[in-house]
Design a protein around this ligand. Sequence first.
Ligand code: GTP
Length: 597
Amino acid sequence: TDLAHIRNFSIVAHIDHGKSTLADRLIQSTGTVKDRDMKEQMLDAMDIERERGITIKANTVRIDYTADNGEQYVLNLIDTPGHVDFAYEVSRSMRAVEGSLLVVDSTQGVEAQTLANVYQAIDANHEIVPILNKIDLPASECDRVAEQIEDVIGIDASGAIRVSAKTGVGIHETLEAIVQHLPPPTGTRDAPLKAMLVDSWYDAYLGVIVLVRIMDGVLKKGDRIRMMSNNSTHHVDRIGVFKPQREDIPELGPGEIGFLTASIKQVRDTRVGDTITHEKGGTDKALPGFNPSQPVVFCGLFPVDSAEFEDLRDAIEKLALNDASFSYEMETSAALGFGFRCGFLGLLHLEVIRDRIEREYDIDLITTAPSVVYHIHLRDGSMEELHNPADMPDLSIVDHLEEPRIKATILVPDEYLGDVLKLCQDRRGIQMDLTYAGTRAMVVYDLPLNEVVFDFYDRLKSVTKGYASFDYQLTDYRQDNLVKMSILVNDEPVDALSMMVHRDRAEARGRAMVEKLKDLIPRHMFKIPIQAAIGGKVIARETLSAMRKDVTAKCYGGDATRKKKLLEKQKKGKKKMRQFGKVDIPQEAFISALKMD
Ligand code: GTP
């Protein structure tokens, strides 16, 4: 296809504003999928997904469209992950297209993810077509929302298309706007091949499928290609497009989007944002700004039942094959036994992986408190990354610590603003901006990521009754007064419970932790001190008093079977205990103590 007849675009939206429904409708109304097949198609895809546990990216699709001017166009829609954890992937896929449809639910208005995603589109120099969706609903307020788009985002929304992705109203206008308002791609056919790796995923039949956008040159079946980040070379055995079902084609030219397969075994071997060129006669200039995403949140994953360690290893290895941004290494904890220290792009990413292990692999997990990556600057001038508070080096060699900070954007109805400001203030936030859009306030805060990984999102939802939306991006690393807090039970440090905290918040956290543990640890025959300490200094302390009598004492004179039962019960209880010095701590104590509030 010649460049003038190609349009490449993505859809940006807050969750639930109708991105998938709109994409389905665009596909269906152009006859890309016949009406009759629409339901079946979708169901098929879902069944396969369920059966094989793989993701079908149905939203990356090539649409053939005959416009009102009589010309034939190829419209390529690429799907972008919607969540903040995948911001880097979003920004790369935005660079593979020239325009965006900005979908806003006209009954709701602009939300935090609308903003985060549209700013990414603006950064990528996209032409943006605003769309007001769900106009079939009585609560739809198109004028108000259009005004809000202009106020908050600062783009012209006077010509925003009014759409119901549900009934199909406005779909034709949307297709015409794509052709008329979005620019065609640019690129040179005779130049050396330069293709951007937009996305990749595993397919049980074909192996790794790589989605590419051709910038310059032509990619053909049978070509030998090279990934510029690691110089690995591959033989291309298949090239094609999604309509949305896979269709093989002989080549992809400049401006086109499609897939290749090349007997690549692991998704790990393909990096989003990488440049692909020919092994011979390729370009030597990679696309700028390649910078694979790094995990920022770490936590330990341990099997509740230590017999399941090998199953857990198996599950983690399988998941990692298909997720290049998930990292892991083995970890041993005196408290929790064998497990893994895992790195994630953010909290959602952590939850998704943890849920998959529990649901798909049926392994009960203990998740240790999530920790961010700290930069430890040593006295000798070198810098180390700290992924696990338990690895904190001796303070005598440490000069100072830095922690990651984020820029958080929160949209919230007026009446909850006070509570939101208080929450951010309590979490060491610095207010950057506060503006209004109608009855909603938009606050921007500079916050330490470590205050957000605990339970910030849950707290935010509860103080705003679910009406706030939240989004963040990492900004920089900054020095602060951070310390490692250890927990000692009967004078023995319990590794799984140590954490990094700000000095000013250490007392409160330490106090909460020892009080909780006092209730969770059963009494022993002797007194047990439970302490929180920084370095050698105790900052909070509780004492668990000694048990006065043997548990069986009250059975004296009673019948023997009851006594036996009681001892049996004790023995069973023992199994789930972990021994620390002379103290037995039940597994549940760790689970509960690590649920911070
Ligand atoms: P995620 O896939 O969860 O990110 O959400 P999304 O933005 O893709 O939204 P989705 O298309 O799943 O739509 C969210 C909900 O809104 C669904 O229940 C849709 O049926 C509904 N919806 C989408 N468009 C319309 C519309 O025009 N009118 C009405 N009444 N409902 C709609």
